[in-house]
Design a protein around this ligand. Structure first.
Ligand code: ADP
Length: 640
């Protein structure tokens, strides 16, 4: 049988990334070890999770550990684990590509890189480049791995120069061995073959890893009396101690969440966050809880300071790990955190959990449901009590996700409503809460006004808001597609109804009944001319300066909603809009006069279409027939 050996090129983006990592992280070289240990620990976690349903997969190899070996002579460092290992295809897929990123997202982020091409820690965290950090210190990396349950192993080798080889190989047992052939140490740099250097790094970065990190270290051992060389008086003439190798555990393995808050410093909290999140930026906020009573659990949760680029991808992994009495049960435990808090990362340890629980029944488990309920409340309280500046930062990153809760979590709807922030016609680009909005309402104002649309500056200048602005009423500017759903559910706040500035009658000014009578036949005529697109032509209650705008009836779909649905490829029901005309505008007088003179005037018909075009442009939309529009405006200018 021939063995499969292949040489591959790294994907282009990996090459770029490798260069960046090597050039940017030279002052933080030691982090490579934390990354490798983290991967080893994850690999053991994965295996244990699998072993819950696949009996026998562990075989006799049930003592989990991560082993470090140093060789001063060969100048190598080796990290070995007996975790889940990888198959040939998994190695190809995981190592040599950027694990969690789409090429597009990565390249986009690359484009944002500082000009000097340094890789910021945020970026590294986002792309999970853990393994590649080996090349900061190694000139060659060899990975030998055997997947649990497989009999063949795989060897992956690379000098970080753009190529790697992958070949079938032999290995006695399951798991992964990563050997780094270290670069020559330069003056003043740490020596990664030195026991104490390694001890220090592990104490600092990996102390709480849940599996023992073992290393054989030299110890002095007394030489037994009868083995010692002695002179004729019985005095020892040679060494009285000798060096022996002893295996030592370098980490305390203490589950940080089960420790007392007052004994944990910020640095430890941050290290643990890095370990579980693979995010290199410190978290924005943390929550460490111990609950006793009927629902007993402890939790250590974090809110990241930056949204991961794949937060909205369907494959996004939730960041909560489930433990039972410090034993890892599962990663990515969606059942513990509502969808709208999916950015929360951390650990939940529930000692009363049924250990044989499967993912499917987890959701129905009462204890799990109670924990989720409880945690959601705690996180919402944490957000509420956050320092305002910090909260704003949070909102910028995660507001769009949190908002979903208004629609999906009826129990906490009010709490979430308090956490909403919007820019408004009066807030000067700043975020404002609904509470502040209500406090600033005009004495005669009964409703909370909002408008939805894609573009903030188009919204702020929308003709639909002219009357509202003339009354000095503030309007919430909603530019997030999710807001369309928020406003469907959140119909009032603090007893004040939410009202779309685009839909239904605004009831702000009395319509001039005389004029309405005069214009009635003209409006009917316009409606007939536009019957394919417009369902009603009406005197406007919204406009003061502009001549025309498009609106809808109270229960109509908003223009933005229609756009969103269309963009997502969904069939939308026919949604004809209402054309509102400003009877006080001089243009209407002109048009009225033309109509009185000759309702079949070709120019009148052009003007009618222009009215719609003006309304469309006023809301930042695109006119149906741009060439007709420009021709008509051109003619008008020539006449003027
Ligand atoms: P990340 O750990 O952030 O996903 P890495 O580049 O460090 O990124 O690793 C890529 C993938 O390779 C991991 O997600 C994992 O699937 C796999 N991997 C890395 N190290 C190991 C290991 N020691 N055992 C098993 N799989 C591993």
């Amino acid at each position: 049988m021939t063995t499969r050996t292949e040489t591959h090129e790294f994907k282009t983006e990996v090459k770029q990334l490798l260069n960046l990592i090597i050039n940017s992280l030279y002052s933080n070289k030691e982090i490579f070890l934390r990354e490798l240990i983290s991967n080893a620990s994850d690999a053991i976690d994965k295996l244990r999770f699998k072993a819950q349903t696949e009996e026998g997969i562990l075989g006799n190899d049930t003592e989990f550990s991560i082993r470090i070996e140093l060789d001063k002579i060969k100048n190598t460092l080796t990290v070995t684990d007996n975790g889940i290992g990888m198959t040939y295809d998994e190695v190809l897929e995981n190592i040599g590509t950027i694990a969690k990123s789409g090429t597009g997202a990565f390249l986009e982020a690359m484009a944002q890189l500082n000009k000097d091409n340094t890789l910021t820690p945020e970026l590294i965290g986002q792309f999970g480049v853990g393994f590649y950090s080996s090349f900061i210190v190694a000139e060659k990396v060899t990975l030998l791995t055997r997947a649990a349950g497989a009999d063949k192993a795989v060897r992956w080798e690379s000098q970080g120069d753009g190529k790697f080889t992958i070949t079938e190989a032999e290995k006695d047992s399951r798991g992964t061995i990563i050997t780094l052939e270290l670069k020559k140490k330069e003056e003043g740099e740490p020596d990664f073959t030195d026991e104490w250097t390694i001890r220090d790094i592990i104490k600092q970065h990996s102390d709480f890893v849940a599996y023992p990190i073992l290393m054989d270290v030299e110890k002095d051992e007394p030489i037994p009396d009868k083995e010692q060389l002695k002179d004729k008086d019985g005095k020892p003439i040679g060494e009285t101690t000798r060096k022996v190798l002893k295996t030592e555990t370098l980490n305390s393995m203490k589950a940080i969440w089960s420790r007392n808050k007052k004994d944990i410093d910020d640095k430890e909290y941050e290290e643990f966050y890095r370990h579980i999140s693979h995010d290199w930026q410190p978290p924005l906020e943390k929550l460490h809880l111990k609950l006793e009573g009927t629902t007993e659990y402890s939790a250590l949760l974090y809110i990241p300071s930056q949204a991961p680029f794949d937060l909205f991808s369907p494959a996004f992994k939730h960041g909560v790990q489930l433990y039972c009495k410090r034993i890892f049960i599962m990663d990515d435990c969606k059942e513990l955190m509502p969808e709208y808090l999916r950015f929360v990362k951390g650990v939940v340890d529930a000692p009363d959990l049924n250990l044989n629980i499967s993912r499917e029944i987890l959701q129905q488990d009462r204890l799990v449901r109670n924990i989720r309920h409880n945690l959601a409340k705690k996180i919402l309280d944490l957000l509420k009590n956050m320092d305002p500046e910090k909260y704003e930062k949070f909102w910028e990153e995660f507001g769009a996700v949190l908002k979903i809760g208004v629609h999906t979590d009826s129990d906490n709807k009010d709490k979430i409503a308090d956490l909403l922030r919007y820019k408004t016609t009066k807030s000067d680009g700043k975020w404002q809460s609904l509470k502040d909005y209500v406090a600033g309402m005009q004495p005669d104002q009964k409703e909370i006004y909002y408008i939805t649309g894609e573009n903030l500056s188009a919204l702020i200048h929308s003709p639909l808001l002219e009357q509202l602005k003339s009354k000095d009423y503030e309007v919430l500017l909603m530019t997030d597609p999710v807001d369309e759903w928020v406003t469907q559910t959140l119909t009032e706040y603090d007893g004040k109804p939410l009202k779309s500035a685009e839909k239904g009658d605004l009831d702000l000014e009395k319509v001039d009944e005389d004029k309405k009578g005069q214009y009635e036949t003209l409006f009917k005529h316009i409606r007939t001319q536009l019957q394919d697109t417009i369902k009603e032509v009406r005197p406007s209650t919204r406009l003061t300066d502009s001549v025309a705008c498009l609106s809808g009836n109270t229960y109509d779909m908003s223009g933005y909603m229609e756009k969103i649905l269309k963009a997502s490829g969904q069939k939308t029901p026919e949604n004809k809009r209402v054309l509102e005309l400003n009877m006080a505008h001089p243009v209407m007088e002109k048009i009225h006069a033309m109509f009185e003179k000759d309702k079949n005037d070709a120019q009148l018909n052009d003007y009618i279409h222009l009215l719609v075009d003006l309304a469309v442009i006023g809301e930042g939309g695109k006119v149906d027939d741009p060439s007709r529009f420009s021709k008509l405006v051109g003619n008008l200018m020539a006449e003027a």
